[in-house]
Design a protein around this ligand. Structure first.
Ligand code: IVH
Length: 718
């Protein structure tokens, strides 16, 4: 099946046989992909089989089989969920916890838009429903698909299940031709209790809270089960639209209501932070009697033109924020304190607790942050909890807010056992015995063992194979631990030599516990597939301290190639200011460091960490070994069809139609790089009134310079 086939040379008998083989191979691949969630062949190979099948059928139409794979296109899989790529990503919301955060939110929006303090600026305020989000796509007034949020880009197709929910209309009248309605699927308290009672009676699974029950009920392979579960839906947002719903958020919500969707009755318009906080209090007061779970209040800028101007940060809109309710609390006994060693060597104390229910979830572990926190002081040596320390045996207060890891917040000294001793934080690594040192200004004590520390090495490897990094299917945390323990994999490069080092890798691997011939072969295929890796995934996978996913993308976009980035890091390390250990300011002013610091989202802390890591010989050698196995793919230029994609733009002088921040964000969203200074690399200068030396320099260098109106005309509505 793998070989190239000359369709024109096939005899009828050969063609019949081929079609039979192809039908089998394709249906097997379908089953592996959709039902077992474990593809056996690559997408490219799958497409090749489908194309071959179609070509043979085209030549011998009468041999087309009743179960022909070409008829199966788009058919829902018998089991497992198909994936749906959201036409516009499903994002999350930034969080606020304090009243003051709301005034800050309003201020930052005014600043971004260049509005004065007294210019009118309205918001909506509505409950934040604690369920799971769902995107419903209507075409010509009919529901054509429903997808869960998934990772925000790709979700699960739960159309058949969504159609069983009474609050979700199957058809809508007078709606835009394409309309994606987004909102929250949830379960009421009463329905949740009744469902759990029914489940318990039938000896089935009970759910920890209404949100889990809603998620478990929506994600059923059998829509009849979903139909038997009392799910509800509130609409509060939208994705792609062929025509706008209204001019304002509130207007759009009213339109959705008109189409027959449930919208939350506590949604109101507010003229600013004062009214927003008043609505927050009203909603908080009603929280206990609403009959369904909410975990805060969401504020959204009302004017949709302003929402569009404000746009998005990497994963959250600038025009909305979630004001969370205070965390939920419970008291329990602290049984032990364990120390975990992370991938950057940080020693993290973890509280082992007598299990306790906090807001519907059983908690038996909680973070204790660091040694100062246990001792009862903050990073500046000031007392916290009135200076009360935390001891094993103490009666402690545990809290959790949303999805955040539970924390130990307080201690009840009146219940402290007489023999409880102050906790002595270890100064050696519990995993490798190396010294654990706290550098000045660092709240965290770190193991100095580096790669010799097994805990650090394993955590680094786990990070390396994780979803946002190399995402190697079949190689999860458990497998990494197993391979590490046996000495098969010690550093990332080892993953790519696993097959070759173990002779015929499959033969050896399949003899290990937990591995068979198929899973071994699949693992090696998955590893091979990742030899081609996107630059930002590679960077993120290195597990460098302070280098998160977003910064990895920023760096990848700015440098384009690993060579360019590592050369720049080498230049930065060689800078006299760096070798002399000069302060941050001297570094910031050096050209090589400036290359990093000029990138939006890349600051001094990250640059120092990156430069330090890449100049450590053993780290660099380990990375070089890894690189030798990889083809690192340059990042795709964003929005390649925009007139400024890939160009370096400098804004100077004052802008009148938008603020600097907005201009920069718009330009970057269109794929341009925005720089603060004019150089030979600059492609375009946008000069407003008062432009001085930068415009002059641009003229000297012969760089195209335009005014703000020309800029707006250039980017248009893009
Ligand atoms: S607006 C672009 N409004 O909260 C952002 N989200 O933490 C669109 N959620 O993923 C979301 N109630 O699942 C919005 N009234 C509400 C909401 C709400 C609950 C969920 C939603 C989102 C998550 C973000």
């Amino acid at each position: 099946m793998q070989d190239q086939i000359d369709v024109d040379a096939l005899t009828r008998d050969e063609a019949r046989q081929r079609l039979e083989d192809l039908a089998q191979a394709i249906s097997r691949a379908d089953a592996a992909y959709h039902q077992a969630d474990a593809p056996e062949i690559s997408d490219a190979e799958y497409d090749r089989l489908k194309r071959l099948n179609a070509a043979i059928e085209a030549r011998f139409p009468d041999l087309k089989r009743a179960d022909s794979p070409s008829e199966q296109v788009g058919a829902p899989p018998a089991e497992g969920f198909q994936k749906i790529t959201h036409s516009t990503p499903m994002l999350s919301l930034g969080n606020a916890f304090e009243d003051a955060d709301i005034a800050d939110f309003d201020r930052s929006i005014r600043k971004y838009l260049g509005l004065t303090d007294d210019a009118p600026l309205a918001y909506t305020a509505e409950p934040k429903i604690d369920g799971l989000s769902l995107s419903l796509r209507y075409e010509d007034g009919r529901l054509v698909s429903a997808a869960t949020r998934g990772d925000g880009t790709v979700g699960e197709n739960v159309t058949a299940n969504a159609l069983t929910i009474a609050d979700i209309p199957e058809t809508v009248e007078d709606a835009p031709v394409v309309m994606e309605v987004r909102g929250e699927v949830y379960m009421s308290h009463a329905d949740f209790e009744a469902l759990n009672a029914r489940q318990a009676e039938a000896g089935g699974k009970t759910f920890a809270n209404p949100r889990n029950a809603a998620a478990g009920s929506l994600r059923q392979l059998d829509p009849d089960i979903t139909a038997s579960r009392p799910l509800r839906f509130f609409a509060y947002a939208w994705g792609s639209l062929s025509a706008p719903l209204a001019d304002t958020q509130n207007g759009a919500i009213r339109r959705l209501e008109g189409f027959g969707f449930q919208v939350n009755p506590l949604t109101v318009l507010c003229d600013g932070p004062g009214e927003m906080l008043a609505q927050y209090r009203r909603i908080e007061e009603q929280r206990a009697t609403l009959g369904y779970d909410i975990d805060g209040v969401v504020y959204k800028v009302n004017a949709l033109t302003l929402q569009a101007r404000l746009g998005f940060r990497s994963t959250t809109p600038r025009w909305a924020i979630a004001h969370k309710f205070p965390a939920e609390l419970a008291w329990t006994r602290l049984e032990a304190i364990d120390i975990q060693v992370g991938r950057t060597g940080a020693l993290s104390p973890v509280a082992r607790l007598t299990p306790v229910t906090v807001g519907g979830v059983v908690v038996s572990n909680a973070t204790l942050h660091n040694e100062d926190y246990i001792a009862g002081r903050d990073a500046n040596g000031q007392p916290i909890r009135d200076g009360k320390d935390i001891r094993v045996g103490d009666w402690v207060q545990v809290y959790r807010a949303g999805d955040v890891i539970p924390k130990v917040a307080d201690v009840d000294l009146s219940k402290r056992p007489g023999d409880a001793a102050p906790y002595a934080f270890p100064n050696v690594c519990p995993e490798c015995g190396s010294d654990a040192i706290r550098e000045e200004g660092d709240a965290v004590r770190r193991c100095t063992g580096g790669l010799i520390c097994p805990a650090q090495a394993v955590e680094k490897l786990k990070h390396f194979v994780s979803r946002a990094a190399f995402d190697i299917e079949g190689l999860g945390a458990k497998q990494v631990e197993q391979f590490f323990e046996d000495g098969w994999i010690r550093e990332p490069a080892d993953i790519f030599t696993l097959e070759e080092r173990y002779g015929s890798g499959v033969q050896q691997l399949k003899n290990r516990e937990g591995w068979g011939e198929k899973s071994a072969q699949k693992l090696f295929d998955a590893i091979r597939e990742r030899r081609d890796i996107a630059f930002h995934r590679f960077l993120f996978g290195l597990g460098i301290r302070h280098l998160g996913e977003v910064a990895a993308k920023d760096l990848a976009r700015a440098f384009g190639t690993w060579e360019a980035l590592s050369d720049a890091a080498d230049r930065a390390a060689a800078e006299p200011a760096a070798t002399e250990g000069a302060g941050r300011e001297a570094l910031a002013n050096s050209p090589a460091w400036g290359e990093f610091l000029a990138i939006d989202g890349v600051g001094m802390t990250l640059t120092q960490s990156l430069v330090a890591t890449l100049s450590q010989a053993h780290e660099r050698e380990s990375i070089d070994r890894l690189v030798s196995h990889l083809t690192i793919e340059a990042p795709e230029a964003q929005a390649t069809d925009s007139p400024v994609a890939g160009k370096t733009v400098v804004f100077t002088g004052s802008l009148e139609k938008m603020t600097r921040a907005e201009a920069k964000a718009r330009a970057e969203a269109l794929g341009a790089k925005v720089s603060g200074s004019v150089s030979a690399k600059t492609d375009l200068v946008v000069a407003g009134p008062g432009a001085g030396s930068k415009a002059k320099k641009a003229a000297e260098l012969g760089i195209e310079t335009i005014d703000e109106d020309a800029w707006v005309a250039l980017i248009g509505d893009a």
